[in-house]
Design a binder for this molecule. Structure first.
Ligand code: SAH
Length: 216
């Protein structure tokens, strides 16, 4: 997602108490409990877009901490607008960063789980390593995830979904569960939280795919 540049979005983000700033996020590597003020399990959504999914997740699970990662200020600003109307939420923070740098921000085993929702498909072969479920990214997730930590991936893009399953196998990850039609899978859809893209694409008639991955 790339919105038109919104003048002042960088400044609004820089001034927000709900955003962890670049210098701080690197400094707190291995000490995210200090940032949240407790040692609750920490979950990430990488590429959160306008943030509806992770905000809802944080509201439903006050015993867990959530960090929403987004590379574009103009998009993160939208998530922040929603977040600002929920000042009582103490378990949700945003990070404007490029996901490639994730191991510089989170230490080995510091993360309980990772959500990837409607990640950019990067259709050209030569861009495969930029796809968030690629083996290169799985290797990064492997470093920051605690034992038993899982990656939950949703997309309506069949090619990207097939790619994710192949990459998981190539990287020695296990596919704990998957479906190519989440909204009609009684078991996997239980508790499903719709993302902005999920709502848009399923309204267009696209089935939603979901896979849950863990290390073998
Ligand atoms: N998860 C949301 C948005 C999906 S669009 C939803 O399901 O509705 C994908 C989002 O991921 C975009 O906002 C894009 O800017 C962000 N993104 C893609 N690659 C990224 C990367 N490498 N690092 C950080 N954010 C990324």
């Amino acid at each position: 997602m790339r919105l038109r540049n919104i003048p002042g979005s960088r400044e609004a983000i820089a001034g927000s108490e709900f955003v962890v700033h670049e210098d701080v996020m690197r400094e707190k590597r291995g000490h995210w409990d200090e940032v949240f003020g407790n040692d609750h399990p920490l979950y990430l959504e990488i590429g959160m877009g306008k943030g509806r999914f992770i905000t809802e997740l944080a509201l439903q699970n006050p015993g867990c901490n959530y960090a929403g990662i987004e590379k574009y200020s103009s998009v993160l600003l939208r998530a922040l607008e929603k977040r600002s109307s929920l000042p009582q939420l103490t378990n949700l923070l945003f990070l404007r960063m490029e996901a490639e740098d994730i191991t510089e921000v989170f230490a080995e085993g510091e993360v309980a789980g990772i959500y990837l929702n409607f990640s950019d498909p990067w259709p050209k072969d030569r861009h495969a390593k930029r796809r968030l479920p690629s083996r290169q990214f799985l290797a990064r997730y492997d470093r920051i995830l605690q034992p038993g930590g899982r990656v939950e991936f949703k997309t309506d893009n069949q090619d990207l979904f097939a790619f994710a399953l192949e990459e998981a196998a190539a990287a020695g990850w296990r596919v704990d569960a998957y479906t190519r039609d989440l909204h009609h899978d009684a078991e996997m859809v239980r508790g499903n939280i719709m993302t902005e893209y999920e709502e848009r694409f399923s309204a267009q008639g696209n089935p939603i795919c979901k896979a849950v991955l863990s290390r073998g």
